[in-house]
Design a binder for this molecule. Structure first.
Ligand code: HEC
Length: 146
């Protein structure tokens, strides 16, 4: 019984993955969020969060892309001047971007915000802390993890 249940779960996840792929406006990066169907890999710093979760859409160089959807560049993006703005976008989602509340921890959100604000030619030096992220979650939708 246990094997059957987990096989069913595995095929449901595989189907969800295919559906996500088919609907995804992003190129099919192997580790894009849309393709994560098993345990979430441990993401220990902002670079790892970016690589696993963000770069499938925003591209490894942070320059975004124009295809089925327009993915804004994070490189040289003046809206990153306020650290609260990207944190809000990540926790709540924004237009075509999914929300990550329930998927990323306060520390992971702070880490990736600090990462994108200090890479891709961005040089903002003030840091967001996990405590800054916590209050943003109050009225945000939540990703239900299996
Ligand atoms: C599924 C694709 C996708 C993923 C994954 C994704 N984004 Fe986005 N992101 C978008 C799209 C599309 C927009 C533009 C939304 C709009 O304008 O409707 C956007 C917008 C943004 C913005 C606002 C930019 C602006 O100029 O207003 C920021 C900041 C951002 N994303 C950061 C991130 C970070 C950091 C991650 C990883 C934690 C991430 N995104 C993951 C698709 C994605």
């Amino acid at each position: 019984m246990k094997a059957t249940a987990s096989m069913l779960a595995a095929s449901a996840l595989a189907a969800a993955g295919l559906l996500a792929l088919a609907l995804s406006p992003c190129p099919a990066w192997a580790d894009a969020a849309a393709n994560v169907t098993g345990a979430v890999p441990v993401m220990k710093d902002g670079a790892q969060v970016y690589q696993h979760v963000c770069q499938g859409c925003h591209m490894p160089d942070g320059k975004g892309a124009v295809g089925t959807a327009t993915i804004p560049a994070l490189a040289g993006n003046p809206k990153l001047a306020s650290a609260g703005y990207p944190a809000q976008v990540i926790v709540h989602g924004y237009g075509g971007m999914p929300f990550f509340n329930g998927y990323l921890s306060d520390t992971q959100v702070a880490d990736v915000v600090n990462y994108i604000r200090s890479h891709f030619g961005n040089n903002f030096t003030d840091k967001l802390t996990p405590d800054d992220v916590k209050p943003l979650r109050a009225d945000a939708p939540v990703v239900e993890m299996p």
